[in-house]
Design a binder for this molecule. Structure first.
Ligand code: KIV
Length: 288
């Protein structure tokens, strides 16, 4: 049976809206390059998030803070080249939207104009409402991001769950309402209690996309390297590892090394041949 789904229509913000109305879960995964994006798209995911998690998953940083606009544009372009149907969301990196509203609008525009994205995502609550309004006003769909917001890792005192106390839970609910009112088409809820995420999801009209936020969200997102088991032994509690690709890749690489060392690769079928006639001509001339 083919694992590639038949062609389907391009996903849009209406898909998000309709799926929430129909209580049909929205599926989102990250991708950072063309071949991965092609697979995610072929698997029928609703949306691909080119997250600034690229910094940690692919570029070897310990936080997302060093990721730049140019990094994001580079990876978003690669993803858009591999995608036909999935809705594409580009993640605005640290300091690309916090310094001034005009700069935020210009940077958001680059994701659509240069990188082929359909929407942008940015982190933060009430304090970002004005910026979100300005970006939405120029016609760019914005996804919000509340809870554990990795760009504030130092202010949060580490990558730790949020909203576990009533006061912080209320603040999250208020922030979610403000972001809805500011025009976000959807909202990521990261690392918050499942019952709080469900409550927020039931009390706002825009779809929530959870990561470490339980099954009561309107959709789910994971970092693809976590799902595929490509990031070493560390596995956050909320990640379901669907395969341990690291082990499979390592096995293949070891076999390749052994093949090279034992002259088993390349075999004749991997070699380019030339006709005997051309070879004899070559030998005749090479001796001169
Ligand atoms: O950067 C990212 O991949 C994200 C998701 C984890 C939501 O923000």
């Amino acid at each position: 049976m083919s694992t590639v789904l038949p062609d389907r229509k391009k996903t849009s913000i209406y898909t998000f809206r309709k799926k929430k109305e129909q209580h049909s879960p929205i599926s989102v995964l990250t991708a950072y390059d063309t071949p991965t994006a092609r697979l995610v798209d072929q698997a029928g995911l609703d949306a691909i998030l080119v997250g600034d998690s690229v910094g940690m998953a692919v570029l070897g940083y310990s936080t997302t803070l060093p990721v730049t606009m140019d990094d994001m544009i580079h990876h978003c372009k690669a993803v858009s080249r591999g995608t036909k149907n999935a809705f594409l969301i580009g993640d605005m990196p640290f300091l690309s939207y916090q310094v001034s509203t005009p700069e935020a609008v210009r940077n958001a525009g680059r994701f659509l104009q240069e990188a082929g994205m359909d929407a942008v995502k940015l982190e933060g609550g009430k304090e970002q409402a004005g910026t979100i309004r300005a970006i939405v006003q120029v016609g760019i769909p914005v996804m919000g991001h509340l809870g554990l917001t990795p760009q504030s890792v130092h202010q949060l005192g580490g990558f730790r769950p949020q909203g576990k106390l009533a006061d912080s839970a209320i603040k999250l609910l208020e922030d979610a309402r403000v972001l809805e009112e500011a025009g976000c088409f959807s909202l990521v809820l990261e690392s918050i209690p499942a019952r709080l995420a469900q409550f927020i999801s039931e009390h706002i009209s825009i779809p929530t996309i959870g990561i470490g936020a339980g099954a009561g969200c309107d959709g789910q997102v994971l970092v693809i390297h976590d799902l595929l088991g490509l990031l070493g032994d560390f596995k956050p509690k909320f990640v379901k590892r669907y395969i341990n690709l690291q082990e499979i890749i390592l096995q293949a690489l070891n076999t390749y090394r052994e093949d090279v060392e034992q002259h088993a690769f390349p075999a004749p079928e991997h070699c380019i041949d030339m006709s005997d006639e051309e070879w004899q001509k070559f030998l005749g001339r090479a001796k001169d």
